[in-house]
Design a protein around this ligand. Sequence first.
Ligand code: MIC
Ligand code: SF4
Length: 639
Amino acid sequence: MGLTLTEKILKAHIVDGEFKKGTEIGIRIDQTLTQDATGTMAYLEFEAMGIPRVKTERSVAYIDHNTLQNGFENADDHRFIGSIAKKHGIYFSRPGNGICHQVHLERFGVPGKTLIGSDSHTPTGGGLGMIAIGAGGLDVAVAMGGGAYYITYPKVVKVELVGSLRPWVAAKDVILEVLRRLSVKGGVGKVMEYVGEGVKTLSVPERATITNMGAELGATTSIFPSDETTLEFLKAQGREDAYTPLAADADAVYDEEITIDLSTLAPMAACPHSPDNVKSVTELGQMNIDQVCIGSCTNSSLADMMKVAHILRGKTVAPNVSLSIAPGSKQVLNMLAENGALADMIAAGARVLESACGPCIGMGQSPNSGGISLRTFNRNFLGRSGTKDAQVYLVSPEVAALSAINGYLSDPTTLGDMPEFKMPEKFLINDNMIELPADENDADKVEILRGPNIKPFPETFPLEDNISCKVSLKVEDNITTDHIMPAGAKILPLRSNIPEISKHCFTVCDENFPARAKELGKSVIIGGANYGQGSSREHAALAPLYLGVKAVITKSFARIHAANLINAGIMPLTFVNPDDYDKVKEGDDICLENVFDAVEKGEMRMTVGGEKIALACAFTERQIDILKAGGLLPYTKQN
Ligand code: MIC
Ligand code: SF4
């Protein structure tokens, strides 16, 4: 029986567990990446493990998220990360060099390798044929130290692409179509593997747009084969040595299959406030807009920007619209400057931003009150833009650029013939903003530079056998990490300071939660389905840890967040009967007895108001040991 590409790469990297669907496996990690919003914590954790030098083939620390320096905090974090990277053998991509996923694709990604990153959009690397997975900072720290990374052996979904895209229909529309069909829960426990004739028609950056936003399906990751197109891209990046052809066997067996005829797709938009709330642009009609933002790790490649520049050339941004553009990397921005496309953008009235995440994570460019914002990004969760009542629609760069000119949502297929946007034979290669680590023998001489906002990892607590406490909060379905631990320009600078950032935990849902939880000392949270979807930020587990949360009890969890809770020593538990969710409310006294026994058996009972409710806790032995140790950090130190 043949193997899928996913299985081939996993098989070549498995170091623990059995090659059996649904069981936990440990894989060797070849590469890691971090960004600055999760990086400070990840490096503090790595430091606490006491390992002098990273054991991966390549580890890279990027500065791309916290780039508005509205005080000393972010700049201090950048300096800390730069110094710790230098000491421990990590490449350092300086602020200004670009968004981690875009730069990693350009300069470091290698087909067939494994990559984990402390950012949920790490699957961007799947566009190059990597198994690239988003993880919590602690998991990345462990992998940097040479430890295995644990995942549930995933199901593999065959996504067969047939035909080719019509002019002005984009890779973004492909992934929006997948999201429309499968929803934000549709990929949980699965790898989306793209195959078929249609694959050849997509460039590496287009493939990367699709694997990037596969994160919004909740998928473990997404992957494309490594083929002639991959070779062309790597050659143009001066990295043809990194090429290996890779594909699934012809007789590979998949767990599920879907087919997408590329030629039938039309420009689409994900409507507020979820990436799977997808409608076609024609269906939405000529809606007036206030803002357009182009960029992010989903859509800021050179080809994306060239299409935008083409549409803007000789035009002016509509008076009712503010257009901002953040090219994904220094390479892209520099090339746009050299070929004149940047001048077209500037002339049209675009507000050109530095190569960074920027508005995608609420680092500036928040829309006006009630504003309608079209963004080429991957997430439109409530409040993420920084304006709580804004309406954010996720679209392709083509839709975004044309709409910015017209002042209303517009369908670019009306533009008629599309010029060919060919990938250059050679990209502009200048790695002068990537600092190499110090030589191993000189590592001692490197001083680690810490600012006053950088506080140590919070105190951890080993699992208790009996937990009696109150429910401090009850929330509904599809709670995102942006609800649990909001980001944005005001809160992100606190990422290195858990006591301070905890004051913002869940404030999107309930302003009084942090104070209430702190006062209770010990509590549990009740949630609905797909709890913790979105970002990989472990702060969404570390803040609850700091506030005394012992367990989160839900209908179901998103993958990375469930792992982050265990890593923080907090039990993720699920209702055996989802209707029992209705039997618990905020303020209730609950009791979890004989927890040690229960975790071994995989079933627990929760007593609420005299009634016993069955909870599932299908933890592996490794996870039980982590919980008993009080989290992954003390567990790793012990082992
Ligand atoms: C995001 O897109 O939500 C982020 C900001 O990149 C996060 C990481 C973070 O919260 O620091 C992610 O996707 O993991
Ligand atoms: Fe940055 Fe946005 Fe990509 Fe997250 S999704 S890495 S914030 S550009």
